[in-house]
Design a binder for this molecule. Structure first.
Ligand code: S3P
Length: 171
């Protein structure tokens, strides 16, 4: 089986869905943020504050390039900003079947409101930050994904089931 890659906005459920999906399908689970954190020995907020967003984006692209060589039969959850760079969009599509986990602004806000670990949402007013970033990114998520899966009002189990059905034809 090729890789299954989960993309979508912060709070879309990529990591939670990815872990359950990987268990059900007996595939490896990889989270790009976790890999960057363990390779750098720093948290995401530390990387952003000490080295800047551009540096973090370079780490993401460099990791995606390496994954083309060393990652197979895995469910891969990627950071919400990964599909913004054109090169990343191409690399994600080459890596396997790309699933866009989408959610409304209201659902996203509910899920991210009490989490301070996301530098892209720090400082300023949360609602307008989320609105603005979602507007900027929506087209990139849709362009990159082979399949869109709505998560609003659906349980993790239900979302996993839909992904299993949708990915059968990509085997
Ligand atoms: C980011 C999303 C985060 C993480 C970083 C930047 C973004 O991952 O990569 O804080 O730009 O959307 P999650 O989508 O897993 O929260």
């Amino acid at each position: 089986m090729k890789n299954i890659i989960l993309i979508g906005f912060m709070g879309a459920g990529k990591t939670t869905v990815g872990k359950l999906l990987s268990r059900e399908k007996e595939m490896l689970f990889v989270d790009t943020d976790d890999r960057i954190v363990s390779e750098q020995g720093r948290t995401i907020p530390e990387i952003f504050s000490e080295s800047g967003e551009e540096h973090f984006r370079n780490l993401e692209t460099e990791l995606l390039r390496r994954m083309q060589e060393d990652t197979y039969n895995a469910v891969i959850s990627v950071g919400g900003g990964m599909p913004v760079r054109p090169e990343n969009r191409r690399l994600l599509q080459e890596l396997g079947c790309v699933i866009y986990l989408s959610a409304t602004k209201e659902t996203i806000l509910e899920r991210v409101k009490s989490d301070g670990s996301r530098p892209m949402l720090n400082g300023g007013e949360l609602v307008s930050k989320v609105e603005c970033l979602m507007r900027e990114r929506e087209a990139f998520y849709r362009q990159t994904a082979h399949v869109d899966v709505r998560t609003d009002g659906r349980s993790i189990q239900h979302v996993v089931k839909i992904i299993e059905q949708e990915t059968r034809r990509f085997r």
